[in-house]
Design a protein. Structure first.
Length: 504
């Protein structure tokens, strides 16, 4: 993510000298007081555009106006927010992302954004949403590109205007939070977008160690004989066909007794060929993103540590590359996972649940109040929910309720699927404790049923991010590729965490 300086100051747009200032407009609503002043100074240019229908302020629509010295701002970017009654923090996030990209693409270095009259409930939350929109919207992954000079344009400063000194402190707090969260989401996007020859299990382990060193976290890594001694049969089975050895990374933020202990587990299959049950070649290149769960957990912990959230957080990253070779696991094999459960492998392309299951079983050792795993687990979840919602399944109504509320607040929404005991029948095996895949129906649910076997009675939720972690086309504040989905949700959930009810 390009380094952008975000400033907050008191002032009004009609008096603020700047390269370009944003004017937020609603559909079929009177101009705001600020827009009225600007409109008058510009000879009714804004109202005439609206009246003639040359600009309709639908969500994410924009129109550039040159001011020719009539106001201190050299240009005004009219930004549509849609209907006023439907305004939300996410729509503000989207519109601001549009403004930031258009400003950058014009070759301009600075953008000025007034927080009024669009303040929603709290100045801090509004400023947070504006900053998130700008920084997430400006994201580009260009590590391996050599862009032409005209493509190297970067926005350098974003200035937020508040009406009075009373709002200044609150706005600055929101800006700091927004910068921290956006940086974490873009960090996760970078990891997901890396090619698989770069983002190996070893590389992700080094990245986790570096984060631990910078943030003062504890870190522990198991690989090779240490994994065998620990009994991580699932992780070993998935990774043994690759020349890149599998491993398990444990990050620990805070100390026991400093708030609830919450365990986060992120699936980290750095490339998923399907193994012996090899996938079709079409779109296999996107399987570099099968480690998005691990990247999300790592990104979220970075943000939570920087925000000094008063919790004890465990981040577990099971890392493996699923490749076909003479040493790879085969359909028909039976393996023993952590805790002694045996698994009949029906397909080596149902590998994510094997490594996440091992990590969930290990997470129980911390006696957490809550466990959450994030995994690009099933194509079935994408079929069911598309790319809009993350699938949610779990054994705790309280935890599911909290995650749903956090999803609505961050606009990383979740949708619950059933986890009834009836579905357990689909993964029963005649020769082992269970199978790693069902008969081809209820795929997202049977994947969660498998994971449920490893959590025992600990409060747990599984988030299937297969549809939300990757975008096939650009959106309002994400680009094609890794989206960073789940980072903002976890930060919203855990930064607002209240003591979780003890197990009965």
């Amino acid at each position: 993510m390009a380094k952008i300086k975000v400033r907050v100051k008191t002032g009004t747009l009609h008096k603020e000298p700047c390269e370009i200032g944003a004017v937020y407009l609603f559909e079929q609503s009177p101009l705001s007081p600020v827009a009225k002043v600007l409109d008058k100074a510009l000879g009714r240019a804004i109202s005439n555009l609206l009246k003639k229908g040359e600009f309709k302020p639908g969500l994410n629509k924009s129109y550039l106006l040159h001011t020719y010295g009539k106001v201190p701002a050299k240009r005004l970017l009219l930004l549509g927010l849609g209907k006023k009654k439907d305004l939300s923090f996410d729509k503000l996030r989207q519109a601001t992302a549009t403004a930031a990209r258009e400003t950058r693409d014009l070759g301009l270095k600075g953008l000025t954004l007034p927080l009024y009259p669009i303040v929603l409930n709290y100045v801090s939350k509004t400023s947070q949403s504006v900053v998130e929109g700008a920084l997430l919207g400006l994201y580009r992954f260009e590590r391996f590109k050599h862009p032409e000079p005209e493509e190297k344009r970067e926005l350098e400063t974003v200035t937020l205007l508040v009406e009075g000194a009373r709002q200044l402190g609150e706005a600055k707090r929101g800006v700091r939070r927004g910068e921290t969260i956006a940086e974490a989401a873009c960090f996760t996007r970078d990891l997901v977008n890396l090619p698989p020859n770069e983002a190996t299990p070893d590389m992700l382990t080094r990245t986790a160690r570096d984060a631990a060193r910078r943030l003062g976290l504890k870190v522990k890594v198991w690989k090779g004989d240490a994994l065998k001694k620990l009994g991580m049969g699932g992780i070993i089975a998935v990774g043994k066909g690759s020349s890149n050895p599998p491993q398990l990374v444990a990050l620990e933020y805070g100390t026991r007794g400093r708030g609830d202990t919450v365990a986060l587990v992120g699936k980290g299959v750095t490339f998923d060929s399907g193994g012996i049950s090899i996938k079709p070649s079409r779109d296999m290149d996107k399987m570099k993103g099968d480690m998005a769960g691990a990247a999300t957990v790592l990104g979220a912990i970075r943000a939570l540590a920087r925000l000094k959230v008063p919790l004890h957080i465990i981040g577990l990253l099971p890392l493996a590359e699923n490749m076909p070779s003479g040493t790879a696991s085969r359909p028909g094999d039976i393996i023993t996972c952590l805790g002694g459960k045996t698994v009949e492998i029906i397909t080596t392309d149902a590998e994510g649940r094997l490594i996440v299951g091992d990590a969930l079983a290990y997470a129980r050792r911390y006696k957490p109040r809550a466990m959450i795993d994030l995994a690009t687990l099933t194509g079935a979840c994408v079929v069911a929910l598309g790319n809009t919602a993350t699938g949610m399944l779990g054994n705790s109504e309280e935890l599911k309720k909290r995650i749903k509320e956090a999803g609505e607040a961050s606009w990383e929404r979740v949708w619950e699927l059933p986890l009834w005991d009836d579905y357990d029948e689909l993964i029963k095996s005649d020769i082992a404790d269970m199978k790693n895949a069902g008969p081809g129906v209820a795929g997202a649910i049977t994947g969660a049923c498998f994971l449920k076997k490893f959590v025992e009675d600990y409060p747990w939720v599984h988030l299937d991010i297969a549809g939300t972690a990757w975008a096939d086309k650009n959106g309002p504040y994400w680009r094609e590729g890794g989206t960073g989905a789940g980072v903002r949700l976890l930060v919203e959930l855990l930064s607002g965490w209240s003591k979780f009810p003890a197990k009965k």
